[in-house]
Write a new protein. Structure first.
Length: 265
């Protein structure tokens, strides 16, 4: 059987505009689709359920792909089932997503996180879990906000690999600026990631692919995005972007309280 490459579909993106993967389409006695990781970090391919799938062969439900890894085939569709193969898209048959973190990650609830600032410093918590101002959605319910001046050095609350850096924003304001925040995303070994938000312009001192240890310096706080005053927003999420409960070393198994300052020993 002879199979030959006929085209590339557009690159795929995920929370950020960096290219993650490309879809390849091959034609032989059937139409074959494969995918290649073109990013410098590992990514997850997840197939989502879709009722209209009749022809395709589903090989991968959830798969982690290292840089340059390929998955083939993710779908096999008989040519005689399709009138015009030149315009067919794999998403006509399979609903899937690429993610920088594991969408089915199980958080290690025994892990104790470090406070995100220098030893000997203490900062006030201005918003914690489930508060109504902006921590009331699945993506932010378990976030913590620390009041701190612009330019405060930040340190990793947990070790991992840097998977995304955004640092070119300069604006701040209300909800209309929610997509204008500077951020660092660090993937943990349990498949979750930490998001450090509202960093200063050019405030990241790490790059995608850097391996970070807990307590390492990573950048500077700021006042960008949906931010009414200078602060740091910290949240731990799974690959779907859903926030997860997490706890710092100084208060085991308890959430921090708004209005209190916490010293990093």
């Amino acid at each position: 059987m002879r199979i030959f490459l006929i085209l590339f579909i557009l690159p795929i993106y995920c929370f950020g505009q960096t290219e993650l993967a490309s879809i390849k389409k091959y034609k032989g006695d059937s139409l074959y689709f494969g995918v290649k990781n073109i990013s410098p970090i590992s990514i997850w391919y997840e197939e989502l359920k879709k009722d209209s799938v009749d022809y395709s062969t589903h090989t991968f439900d959830l798969a982690q792909m290292q840089p340059k890894d390929s998955l083939y085939p993710i779908a096999i569709i008989p040519v005689n089932a399709i009138k015009d193969t030149s315009k067919i898209n794999v998403k006509d048959f399979i609903n899937y997503k690429f993610r920088r973190a594991n969408p089915r990650a199980i958080h290690d609830d025994t892990y104790k996180y470090e406070l995100p600032y220098a030893k000997g410093e203490k900062y006030e918590v201005i918003q914690t879990f489930g508060q109504s101002f902006s921590h009331n959605k699945p993506t932010s319910r378990y976030a913590v906000d620390f009041k701190m001046p612009i330019g405060t050095p930040l340190y990793a609350i947990r070790g991992g690999i840097v998977i995304l850096v955004i640092e070119d924003n300069t604006e701040h304001g209300g909800k209309d600026f929610i997509d204008k925040s500077n951020n660092i995303f660090i993937l943990h070994n349990d498949g979750t990631y930490a998001q450090y938000s509202h960093l200063d312009y050019n405030g990241a001192d790490v790059e995608v692919g850097d391996v970070i240890q807990q307590g390492d310096y990573i950048g500077k706080s700021g006042h960008t995005g949906f931010s009414t005053r200078p602060h740091l927003h910290i949240v731990v999420k799974d690959g779907n972007g859903i926030s997860l409960p997490f706890y710092f070393k100084i208060r085991p198994n308890k959430k921090l309280k708004s209005g209190k300052k916490y010293l990093r020993n």
